[in-house]
Design a protein around this ligand. Structure first.
Ligand code: S3P
Ligand code: PEP
Length: 447
């Protein structure tokens, strides 16, 4: 499969835009799309998925599920049909599982392989091959799986699964939905009760979807507010029809664009509003952002709304680190909003940003400097002094380091820049938001 990493860099210059108006839709939620394919592949029978994100990351998951025996097909109307193999039925993939740029595919699939009697080699692009995997191989190793990783515990990495695996009780040392989900997925084919103890709540799509597919899953919150999530296996999953809501992490780029481009009044339809994902909206509202939730409803078991976003005079704040897990992927574009606000914005508790597709604290700090923004990089956050609504200087080129969210964030910065913003490579945007540039052009007349 071709990945953006195989392509020559695609530089692009983003210039000032007209106000963002009208109504747009962003593609399906990436987290839910990965899980929809994986869980459908673990059912005996046919599941249907509509609204699936067709970005490279999710397509890597689809290819992996096919390689392990599931029948995964897209029809001409964009509806995906999966005939699964059943829990316990995953087959030995004939070749390495090529994960491209996708941390979610890699870590969740390692969980699935861990409790099946199969061996799989995981490979990825240069960005993914630098990311830490011990956070999943440690607990999955306690369950009995064996690993042969590259130096530093990274990809390429061989997983030798085991059946029956051993149930564990595991307290997450890092706030990570990927680690939580890897263990819960391994638990599906593990006899007995596996418990994940989650001191800091992270996105809960796995829990919601596992219940929806009929897994024996319970969630208890103890007196200290700590969540104990238990799965008793082996589970029998029932095929489902799944409608994937729009991705709030993709909507984030257009929310910030509409707030900072003067005169904007934009509706973004069908955006997932799960509270474990809406931290960005809360923080932007604290800064004076005008974001209205219209037509609130439920889609595919998740809360959804249409968002009306109007250009707003933002002011800097100190962001409460407790909100970080609910906006972990939104910080790159949030920093662009901070760069346009009046006064100073202070962030902390962002150590996890250093181990994403790039070191997002360093990459954003260097990029913001390159376009004339005053920024200080601290160990676990950035301190940004905003322009107070005056256009940014612009310039570049900004180095995106195979990180889709960096590329999209600086595209948004370009919309309010004097000289435009030069982004060195827009190809990685295809990992999570293939239509981003077309949507930006249609809603702004930019690029
Ligand atoms: O579980 C998921 O779908 C995700 C969890 C988060 O990663 P971590 O678990 O590493 O925080 C997030 O950054 C990623 O984009 C998607
Ligand atoms: C961190 C991200 O994804 P992943 O971990 O799946 O590569 C992201 O999309 O911002």
């Amino acid at each position: 499969m071709a990945h953006s990493a195989d392509h020559a860099p695609v530089p692009c210059r983003f210039g000032t835009s007209a106000a963002l108006t009208g109504a747009i839709r962003v593609p399906g939620d990436k987290s839910i799309s990965h899980r929809a394919l994986m869980l459908s592949a673990l059912c005996v029978g046919r599941s249907r998925i509509t609204g699936l994100l067709e970005g490279e990351d999710v397509l890597a998951t689809a290819a992996a599920m096919r390689a392990m025996g599931a029948d995964v097909v897209r029809d001409d109307d964009g509806v995906w049909t999966v005939h699964g193999v059943g829990v316990g039925g995953l087959m030995q993939p004939p070749q390495a599982l090529e994960m491209g740029n996708s941390g979610t595919s890699t870590r969740l699939l390692m969980g699935l392989v861990a409790s099946h009697p199969i061996t799989a080699m995981f490979t990825g692009d240069a960005s993914l091959s630098r990311r830490p995997m011990a956070r999943v191989t440690d607990p999955l190793g306690e369950m009995g799986a064996q690993f042969n990783a590259s130096p530093g515990g990274t990809l390429p990495l061989m997983v030798r699964g085991i059946s029956p695996a051993v149930p564990i009780s595991y307290r997450l040392p890092v706030a990570s939905a990927q680690v939580k989900s890897a263990i819960l997925l391994a638990a599906l084919n593990t006899p007995g009760t596996t418990t994940v103890i989650e001191p800091v709540a992270t996105r809960d799509h796995s829990e919601k979807m596992l219940k929806g597919f009929g897994a024996d899953l319970t969630v208890e919150t103890d007196a200290d507010g700590v969540r104990h999530i238990s799965v008793t296996g082996p589970c029998d999953l029932k095929p489902q029809n799944i409608e994937v809501p729009g991705d709030p992490s993709s909507a984030a780029f257009f929310i910030v664009a509409a707030l900072i481009v003067p005169g904007s009044d934009l509706v973004i339809e069908n955006v997932g509003m799960n509270v474990t994902r809406t931290g960005l909206i809360t923080v932007l509202e604290q800064m004076g952002g005008r974001i209205e939730r219209l037509n609130e409803r439920t889609v595919g078991g998740e809360p959804v709304a249409d968002l009306r976003v109007r250009a707003s005079a933002l002011h800097g704040i100190t962001v409460d680190p407790a909100i970080v897990p609910s906006m972990v992927d939104e910080f790159p574009v949030f920093f662009v909003a901070a760069a346009c606000a009046s006064g100073t914005t202070v962030t902390s508790g962002l150590d996890e940003l250093r181990v994403k597709e790039s070191d997002r604290l360093a990459t954003m700090a260097r990029g913001l400097e390159a376009i004339g923004v005053s920024v200080k990089e601290c160990e676990d956050g950035l301190v940004i002094t905003g322009s107070g609504g005056v256009t940014l200087r612009g310039g570049g080129p900004v180095a995106t380091l195979l990180d889709h969210r960096i590329a999209m964030s600086f595209a948004i910065a370009g919309l309010v820049s004097q000289d435009g913003v030069e982004v060195d490579d827009t190809a990685p945007i295809a990992t999570s938001f293939p239509d981003f540039l077309a949507l930006l052009e249609s809603s702004t007349g930019a690029t």
